[in-house]
Design a binder for this molecule. Sequence first.
Ligand code: SAJ
Length: 434
Amino acid sequence: MPPDGVADHWAGLLLAKIEARTARVAVIGVGYVGLPLALGLSRERFRVVGFDVRQARVDELRAGSTGFAHLPPDDLEHELRCGLRFSSDPDAIRGCDVFVICVPTPLANGLPDLAAVRAATCFAAIGAEACSLVCLESTTYPGTTREIVGAALERQGFTIGLNAFVAYSPEREDPGRRSHDVTTTPKLVGGMTDNCGLVAERFYSTFVHKVIRLSCPESAEMAKLMENTYRAVNIALANEYKAACDAMGIDFYEAMDAAATKPYGFAPFYPGPGVGGHCIPVDPVYLTWRANAAGAECPLIEAALGINERAHERALRVLVRELRARGKSLHSAKILLVGAAYKPSVSDTRESPFFAVLADLLVHGADVCYHDPLVPALEFGGRTYASTGGFLNFDAAVIVTNQAGVDYEGLLEVPLIVDCRRSYERERAGVVRA
Ligand code: SAJ
């Protein structure tokens, strides 16, 4: 029987399948967001197909490899044995009852690039048959769900809120975090209609402990952008504090740690040579782009993004100053960069500030190597670099990311270390904080 409060025939049928766990669910995009979601749904005994356009990704998952250092294979291997499937064939998701879209939303030439969202939406709209729920999880600007997902389903002949249900529910996946996972992180849901919101809320409530329903997709889209823009602006503020503290001869870290003892109204952020990942440097641009298009200026957000983009210059300044103090120049100096990943305990190098620092050093004629236990090799400027094992014979090292698994005591072999991440809790000979 359809649950009470749901008048419509199709919504009731879909809810009944969701409640009974007989609903077939397609997760479109099985990367660092889609894979944990597919595993969580499979654990809840839904029949799940993980869809990805990359055949190599499908093959990797079918072979039981998550492809991420922070996601061990055990869970995947178990769910594969329980029926979790992966495919790159659109026919594999035809007729699914629920489609969840978890594809990248990068920038292209500094502007929002929704090509993957449009393609995934087409797969869902074509795959949807009698009645389906389609949820977009990718971080994007307000209006995307309605203008792209809702419109695509309407072009297929569906009536949103009657025989197709569309909602936005931002992903809150934090790679490497141990304190929360997909089931314990509160989930926002905003439906295009009341029925859409209800169906989406009931769907997520089957495996997420706390689901917060909003009045529309735009509120949920904006909430997500607020979350990540908050981080970008506060990281920029930390970078500005650091520069001011250096100029005044104040220990930034002592002052920030002290301010962080305030039990309310404050959250600590720390400086670095830049902001990496595919969230924090990117998501605020989705906000400013849409706000500007609507006639609103965002000078604070844009200034913050500029501060973060230039933060690598501070690391270079300190390195040049300290080499000069030792009678050396950057030209032909042997420099070791430590930490290529965009943050500790991950192997992801997307948008990592490592590349800005590397470019600076190469432009100045330095001979550069890198060390990152989680990033065995990388490409830059048409050249392949492999992570070095030893620390001998370097003039200086620059710690870009305080990556896990680095032998920081052994690194002290290097006569000069420019530490951009407070990798050493107390002052050490040869270590200069940038
Ligand atoms: N960073 C700083 N100083 C800081 C914090 C971060 O320079 O005080 C740098 C990091 O080194 C990194 C970049 O910013 O290069 C982004 O770091 P992040 O800690 O924000 O990590 P992300 O990009 O993985 O952000 C994710 C986001 N999760 C989702 O979007 C679901 C973000 O919303 C989370 O708040 C964040 O993880 C988290 O809290 O760890």
